[in-house]
Design a protein around this ligand. Sequence first.
Ligand SMILES: [Fe+2]
Length: 325
Amino acid sequence: MNESSQTGRQANESFRFVQLSDLHLSTIVSPNPIHLINKRILGYLSWLRKRRHTHQRWILDLAVEEIHRLKVDHYAITGDLTHIGLKNEFEQASQWLRSVASANDLTLIPGNHDLYVNEKWHRSFALWEKYMLGDNQTRDERSDHALKQLNQLYPTIRMRKNIAFIGLSSAFDAPWFRATGKVDQQQLTRLHKLLSSKTLDSYCKVLLIHHPVTMTHTPLRKCLLNRDKLISLLKQYPVDLILHGHGHNSCYDSIDCANNKIPVVGMSSSSSTNQTKNHKAEFLLFDITQNTQSWMINKQSYTFDMRQKKFIATTRKEFMLPTTH
Ligand SMILES: [Fe+2]
């Protein structure tokens, strides 16, 4: 926990958290060819040709340096820490996670690149498990099947002060040439139960999902396949904020509900060398304050300026949502 939390903030003070996404922080070192005789070969070739130049660890390091200065209460990472989900990439990411924050202060959900092909749990997500599990949640140890485990684990819930981080997994073993996502029916059923139970009524509900829930900024080959089911559930039982990554572009959308609009915020990759508009490396800082009848959500974007070699506060947006739906 950082200084501001340790010193005890007042009840009406904001909760500050940061979103990072699509870090692609690993380097693929001498991969065993056996592990590439599947869809991974495409990802490996793409990494050799392009992605190893596009995603730079030193940019991510500068982001973390700046975030430490901003004294956040929590980190939310919306997936894609690796390129093709090899064990060694999971190990590299695990080492990085340990250097950033404790498992209590960092919530992680998987991205499609982390489950590029289905893997054994112990060779993959087991290494990140403590950052993924919800509060007081344990894992069914009988299965070593990564996809099965993800679908059993999610949705996860982590309550921090008056914020409830709800994690969903949209990763599945998508076909070749596709980066689509899917939220398994088991997850949707449990999400329905959770959101309709009133357990989280006094919390600001922040939903974390790797794939964009809406289609406005998403090509078909990258979409969330069963988004309609998720959207109709959220229209019935709204959350207060939806955060996603995946598109490597900074974007905004919303879902219309009876009494309000749910903000849907998508962010660029946090390690990208791209300097075109909406594609610059980015992290998002959120300050959430509870007023008498509303949540005030302040979103501040920090984008990377290659010329100055630093992250700079750029666009800012405010949302106000009723505390009772
Ligand atoms: Fe992705």
